[in-house]
Write a protein that binds this ligand. Structure first.
Ligand code: SF4
Ligand code: SF4
Length: 332
């Protein structure tokens, strides 16, 4: 049996909201089945006040073991590195001090969501709270715990990035840890679990046919591919959103929203409007992962020239106006 402590730091709580949507089985059944005992979670647990402070103190003093520390939300270093922008209620201590002490006792440390992983939305703009992630500050390694941090079992912070993170990315990570089945090689360059980060959001997107022909959406609600004009980063975003799906059936691109690459560090500062594609000489600056620019330019113009009328016309409407042809006889 492993135990789990969950803390919420500088975030919106959306990752917990998302995790509560875990289904088939639900969250508590999943934890139970994986042999994980929930020591405390601010939303799910009854314990509060002094009881919780006693638990945290017991962990720091090694009277209570800690297997998995999950942190949701970014770590607020300000002002001037004191952490006093976020004091943990009833303790007179900054949250960052508690997190440092608890991480030093934990066998595994998991950053839940892009805030805890890299700083995320909380670090956007001029970042007045001096928000950062557990082991990253944007793309820079370091963060609160420092680049060399390793939890008791030897792994760095596991970054279950996403804004919010998919509930099953969290439960699958926890199950792998409980089963002793996660090693350093199971994490990617940004320490995200590869079981979801080795995929691209583009994989399985129902707009793929439009993408192939560069039949593009020009306005919200158009059916076409959103890469060329509407800011979609699905071809560069590391996540399995269109094959794992959310709430059993959804994803951003299926809902008509461009992918904004929320699993990546610094996604909150793209340098342009989220729903616009920045271009140079008419060519999108952010090209699909692994694709040389010359190929993209050549293939796009070929594909556009070959676009079937059905695909071209449907791309610019909010419903199918030209159905695929039904052939009475199979062509031989
Ligand atoms: S990662 Fe996104 S959803 Fe999660 S706490 Fe941060 S802002 Fe909220
Ligand atoms: S809308 Fe985005 S994810 Fe979907 S096919 Fe186009 S580029 Fe790929």
């Amino acid at each position: 049996m492993m135990n789990l402590l969950w803390l919420q730091s500088g975030g919106c709580g959306g990752c917990t909201m998302s995790m509560m949507c875990a289904e088939a089985p639900d969250l508590l059944a999943t934890l139970d089945g994986a042999g994980i005992d929930l020591l405390w979670h601010p939303t799910l647990s009854e314990a509060t006040g002094a009881e919780v402070v006693d638990l945290l103190q017991a962990i720091v003093e090694r009277r209570q073991g800690l297997d998995i520390l999950c942190v949701e939300g970014s770590l607020l270093l300000g002002p001037n590195g004191s952490g006093r922008f976020h004091m943990m209620a009833g303790t007179g201590r900054p949250m960052i001090d508690w997190v440092r002490d608890l991480a030093a006792r934990a066998r595994h440390v998991v950053a839940v969501g892009t805030c805890a992983a890299f700083g995320g939305i909380t670090a956007a703009g001029v970042n007045p709270a001096d928000a950062c992630g557990l082991q990253y500050d944007g793309r820079q390694k370091g963060g609160l715990l420092g680049p060399g941090f390793r939890a008791g079992a030897g792994l760095p912070v596991i970054n279950v990035a996403g804004c919010p993170t998919h509930p099953n990315w969290v439960t699958e990570t926890l199950m792998l840890l409980a089963g002793g089945d996660m090693a350093a090689g199971d994490l990617d360059l940004y320490q995200r679990p590869r079981f979801y980060a080795d995929h691209l959001v583009h994989h399985g997107c129902p707009r793929n046919e439009y993408y192939e022909y560069k039949a593009s959406a020009h306005k919200p609600s158009d059916l076409g591919c959103m890469m060329e004009h509407m800011g979609c980063l699905g071809t560069q975003a590391h996540a399995d959103c269109n094959t794992r799906l959310w709430n059993g059936e959804g994803s951003c691109t299926r809902g008509g929203y461009a992918c904004i690459n929320c699993t990546a560090p610094e996604f909150e500062e793209p340098g342009h409007m989220f729903l616009e594609t920045p271009k140079l000489a008419g060519i999108p600056i952010g090209l699909p992962t692994d694709m040389p620019k010359a190929w993209f330019v050549a293939l796009s113009s070929l594909a556009k020239a070959a676009t079937p009328d059905r695909v071209r016309r449907n791309a610019a409407t909010d419903r199918i106006v030209v159905p695929p042809t039904v052939h009475e006889k199979r062509k031989r």
